[in-house]
Ligand binder design. Sequence first.
Ligand SMILES: [Zn+2]
Length: 280
Amino acid sequence: MNRNDKKKVFRMDEQTWRIVDNLFGATVYSYLLCGRNSAVLLDTGMGLTNFKGLTNELTSLPVTVLNTHGHLDHISSNHQYEEVFLHPADEPIILQHSQKEFRLNTLRQLLAEAKMPGWLLELPGLRGLVERYASLPECNRRKPLFDGMRFDLGGRTLEVIATPGHTPGSVCLLDIERRQIYTGDTCCAQGVLLMFDHSCSVSTFRDSILRLKAASDRFDLNWPAHHQTPLDHSWMDDYLGCVEQILSGAPAQSSIKNPLGNGLLMKNGRIAITYRPDHL
Ligand SMILES: [Zn+2]
């Protein structure tokens, strides 16, 4: 593993690794979970890291990809693997987020948010990277991921918990024997985005957090896909409090305009939820 790749990998225990992918200040985590017989790679980043090269160095076991949801920062190296699972409700999203023009637009927005000029993308030194990010090889080998599905890796069992909200096909993954949960973009330390066209209602998201809370006697720590890791149970209460504020009609702190969707922003404790007032 070269020095650059080493910086991307964090060893959580002898069979578990967190892999980081980043682009213009945006950072996302994927997780490699190994058992005795096989391994699961939970999400595949933005397409700038050679995931297959990394996972080949970390394990000789066959690796199956599970996507927590269909957004572009979680699916972009799917094509490097033979077996990929995604909840079918996110199929339209993954198709959109694999398109070149959509991906280039998102890159321009990322630059604008980072207050960097758009012409950076035309620089000869960056053109190769931009092309690699924007042009994903076709990947149509997906299998459906459903609530309650179990993956037996050999001495390590993973269970899917459907948590629609951020996207309709968002799932969390319970690492049963190790008492850990991986929550993708559903329960991270900054909050959740529910203002996309494809996001579910705030009430649906509340039900998902309640499902996580009901399962909380089965896990100790939560490893989300962004920001601080790991998180304890108390973060779920921040989410529930925020959802209750929204549903009780409390005024939002601010409105947000984002190329990916406009909405309101409600803060509670350490987190914030963006949502649409007509989609409660
Ligand atoms: Zn997402």
